[in-house]
Design a protein around this ligand. Structure first.
Ligand code: ADP
Length: 405
């Protein structure tokens, strides 16, 4: 019996096993199928969501591109144009799409922009300004920035109108200052003579009258100073160039300029210390303008020092630069104002000056910054309120390798 039953039994068992495992496999594969389907559905949904977000992003970028006043260009490492907005094409006077694939030089026809883009590639960012097409063409400010993928973005802004308005303002100030200067100089000279006459006649004039004459002289002096500073600034700002033909001995120039204020310092009870070395590398520049910078800084240092204070003027050669520092122990400048003192007409607080010296124009440091910038130098201030200020300007030494700026 067993001998007969066995094969069938085993066959049946085997069949059962096959059926059961088939069923299991079927059940498993059915589940896998369902899982695969739902995962497909999920990833399809995620893909659709991604597509929707991409489309939204693209639409937002299109709106940004259409409304942005700036033109935007993207360059590859070889400084060829990968992409450019319509505005960039319009600024460069090209038909839409025709800039793609061109080199920066072909697009701008100006080597300075190529230099600017390669500086951005090396250093991360750079900026400059260029007149497109010809001398009367649009003035375009260009800012360049490197992206992490080593491409370069160029952002172009048309600043022609701004420059036109600046020119009108400079011309207006220039004309006005010229018109004011002649009568003011006459009034100032008359006031000076009147003061001398009053001093000469001793007690004949009442003290009150002498005091008033003194005030007239002081205030007309301020007006003359203000007008001449306004004239200077408008000339420098409207692109007045500096006479850069001389190799200057900055140590001697600074000492001589500071010396001019010794009498003023003595009158204010301030000790003036001039500390310059015998030799510093020569600096290529405009001696008259740089002398004016020193006078402005030393004048301020004395003006904002207390009676009995000390002002130090120091020159040092430092790493291819010649640095001049004017330090005082006066009232100092609050941190928030330190970035603004080089703006024209900016004054920290009109009430801070010593009343006997009177107010300034708020132009001295703006002029100083323009002059130093025009020499390829830097000017900055370090100050602690209540403890004093140190203004430093650094000029590139003529013998040093040209500074890559
Ligand atoms: P101003 O003719 O008013 O001196 P400046 O442009 O030379 O014009 O200076 C701008 C302002 O910066 C001053 O009005 C003053 O508030 C501040 N300032 C300049 N130098 C000093 C200094 N050495 N100590 C304190 N404040 C200073």
């Amino acid at each position: 019996m067993l001998g007969i039953v066995d094969p069938w039994f085993f066959a049946a068992v085997a069949l059962g096993v096959v059926v059961v495992s088939g069923a299991i496999v079927l059940v498993r594969s059915d589940r896998a199928l369902r899982e695969a389907r739902s995962s497909l559905r999920r990833s399809a949904a995620a893909g659709a969501e991604r597509d929707r977000r991409d489309a939204e992003e693209q639409a937002a970028l299109d709106v940004l591109r259409a409304t942005l006043g700036s033109g935007v260009i993207r360059l590859d490492r070889g400084l060829r144009i990968l992409a450019a907005t319509d505005r960039a094409h319009a600024l460069l006077d090209r038909a839409p799409g025709t800039l793609i694939g061109r080199s920066v030089m072909e697009a701008f026809l100006d080597p300075s922009i190529e230099g600017l883009a390669s500086r951005a590639l090396r250093r991360g960012s750079a900026s400059g300004e260029v007149r497109l097409t010809d001398a009367d063409g649009p003035a375009v400010a260009v800012r360049a920035a490197r992206t992490p993928g080593e491409t370069v973005w160029l952002v172009l802004d048309d600043v022609s109108e701004l420059r036109r308005l600046q020119r009108i303002r400079a011309e207006f100030i220039d004309n006005l200052s010229h018109e004011l200067r002649t009568p003011l100089t006459t009034v100032s000279l008359l006031a000076e003579t009147l003061q001398r006459d009053a001093d000469g006649v001793g007690d004949v004039l009442p003290a009150r009258m002498r005091e008033r004459i003194g005030k007239i002289e002081l205030e007309t002096g301020h007006l003359v100073q203000m007008v001449s500073e306004l004239l200077d600034l408008s000339r420098i700002e409207s692109g007045g160039t500096f006479d850069m033909t001389d190799d200057l001995d900055v140590a001697r120039l600074v000492a001589a300029s500071a010396e001019r204020l010794r009498l003023f310092a003595e009158r204010q009870g301030v000790r003036l210390v001039i500390d310059v070395p015998d030799h510093v590398p020569p600096v290529r520049g405009d001696g008259a303008r740089l002398g004016q910078v020193v006078v402005n800084l030393v004048h301020n240092a004395i003006k904002f020092s207390p009676d009995g204070g000390e002002v130090t003027v120091r020159v040092r050669a430092d790493g291819g630069e010649v640095r001049t520092t004017v330090a005082d122990h006066g009232i100092g400048i609050p941190r928030a104002a330190q970035g603004r003192v080089f703006e024209r007409f900016y004054k920290v607080d009109r009430a801070r000056q010593r009343p006997e010296i009177g107010g300034g124009t708020g132009l001295g440091l703006a002029i100083a910054r323009h002059v130093v910038d025009g020499h390829g130098g830097r000017i900055w201030v370090e100050s602690t309120e209540g403890q004093g200020s140190a203004f430093t300007f650094a000029l590139p030494a003529a013998t040093a390798a040209p500074v890559d700026r």
